[in-house]
Ligand binder design. Structure first.
Ligand code: GDP
Length: 365
């Protein structure tokens, strides 16, 4: 399963946020395929559509989809040189599919900051630089192998050499790999390097308790936003401390607390949605009398592969998928009405599933 790693310097609020994640925790009985590991937090993906479908179909139960956050502790300056838990930290980042970088934007005299003062941009640059240095090392190693063959005019080596040099140049001017533009073909080669700075990233600005509803006066958040926008990255504003309180609540209680705080959606819910997007994930639904359920797939997946997420038999024996877009189903009010309106399609093996598709798979056993 794809996972987003939570990183950040010490004392920025990572553990507090991660506690909120595990606190909000999904009922793991529903997700037997999820990792059981103290560093992994399984969260349900909030989706308003699931509520609507439940009202429409009135199933016995409703099951949201879930995904995993991984807590990655231990980044310090010098990690790429193996300081502290440096190497371990980097190898943990290598295993995640996207990065959520928590940045301290709250002021609290009682909580020391590793570098002495709150300075989110310097914090971000410290971490990003370690990742860039680690990638530089990877690329230099590879270059030393490819260089000789490239000099002998080996076509493949020359092709790779050009890519590696482009990456090296970027790293040497403090740019991450994701900022370098490549063709799809080049990108396939780049992926094989398993670089850290190619992974998509978002920033989590951790603000003070009194700024949950409105962080527009927080200059640190403004700085993070400006930095992120240059990278085309998203910023989610949370107050980790309050998130852990919200995470203990559910349903109406949660709604009431959010209203008290003056916010529509918890920071954690926003973070979950944004991370899901960042990982390139999307949701399709199954909607039967027994169960209405959301399923996670990777954008671009075809119908049989999506069927295989439910059960391998569904993929192996795949015949067709009865498919209706969520919007169409809701507009028409029922499966029957949608069918009469000609909105229910029979899709075959080549169909690329879309976010919000409501699907019924037909298969041979
Ligand atoms: P980590 O080292 O990044 O995992 O940071 P922690 O989650 O352990 O937080 C470090 C300290 O900052 C703890 O004492 C937290 O209670 C505190 N803290 C975390 N988030 C906030 C916040 O939003 N506001 C304030 N005032 N303190 C926070």
């Amino acid at each position: 399963a794809l996972t987003a790693g939570i990183v950040g310097l010490p004392n920025v609020g990572k553990s507090t946020l991660f506690n909120a994640i595990t606190q909000a925790g999904a009922e793991s009985a529903n997700y037997p395929f999820c990792t059981i590991d103290p560093n992994v937090g399984i969260v349900e993906v909030p989706d308003e559509r699931l509520q609507k479908l439940t009202e429409l179909v009135k199933p016995k139960k409703t099951i949201p989809t879930a995904f995993e956050f991984t807590d990655i502790a231990g980044i310090v300056k010098g990690a790429s040189k193996g300081e502290g838990l440096g190497n371990k930290f980097l190898s943990h980042i290598r295993e995640v599919d996207a990065i959520c970088q928590v940045v301290r934007c709250f002021v609290d005299e009682n909580i020391t900051h590793v570098s002495g003062k709150v300075d989110p941009i310097s914090d971000i640059e410290t971490i990003n630089l370690e990742l860039i240095l680690a990638d530089l090392e990877t690329v230099e190693k590879r270059l030393s192998r490819v260089e000789k063959m490239a000099k002998q005019k080996d076509k493949d080596a020359m092709y790779e050499h050009e890519i590696l040099v482009k990456l090296k140049d970027a790293f040497e001017s403090d740019q991450p790999a994701r900022a370098v533009s490549f063709t799809d073909e080049q990108l396939r080669l780049v992926k094989q390097l398993h670089l850290l700075t190619i992974k998509p990233i978002l920033y989590v600005a951790n603000v003070g308790e009194d700024e949950v509803a409105d962080a527009s006066n927080n200059e640190y958040v403004a700085q993070v936003r400006e930095y992120a926008s240059k990278e085309g990255a998203e910023v989610i504003v949370v107050c980790a401390k309050i998130e852990s309180e919200i995470a203990e609540l559910e349903g109406e209680e949660k709604d009431m607390f959010l209203e008290e705080l003056g916010i529509e959606e918890s920071g954690l819910d926003q973070l979950i949605k944004a991370s899901y997007q960042l990982l390139g994930l999307a949701t399709y639904f199954t909607a039967g009398e027994q169960e209405v359920r959301a399923w996670t797939f990777k954008k671009g997946m075809k119908a049989p592969e999506c069927a295989g997420i439910i059960h391998t038999d569904f993929e192996r024996g795949f015949i067709r998928a009865e498919t209706v877009a969520y919007e169409e189903l809701v507009t028409n009010g029922s499966m029957g009405a949608a069918r009469e309106a000609g909105k229910v399609r029979l899709e075959g093996k080549e169909y690329i599933v879309k976010d919000g598709d409501v699907m019924h798979f037909r298969f041979n056993v």
